[in-house]
Design a protein around this ligand. Structure first.
Ligand SMILES: [Zn+2]
Length: 78
């Protein structure tokens, strides 16, 4: 099973559909058992959906917010 760190590292690719079928399965499997990562993925999806809706250039600060979310998630896991 993936660790939370591996899960977080792959999260953007997962949302963007860049992962192989096998990797996606592994992510889904991890999410089934890990409420932390489920919450994180929900936040990432919301954030990415928001970014996509925005006209260019994106609102300043959203990139930072995404980076902070990822950093916070890394701090909450071992
Ligand atoms: Zn996890």
């Amino acid at each position: 099973m993936l660790t939370c760190k591996e899960q977080v590292a792959r999260s953007s690719d997962f949302i963007d559909g860049q992962l192989s079928f096998r990797e996606r399965l592994m992510m889904h499997h991890h999410l089934l058992f890990c409420p932390n990562c489920r919450r994180f993925m929900r936040q990432m999806r919301l954030l990415q959906a928001t970014l996509r809706e925005l006209p260019e250039p994106p609102v300043p600060g959203l990139d930072e917010l995404a980076a902070r979310l990822a950093a916070e998630q890394k701090n909450t896991i071992k």
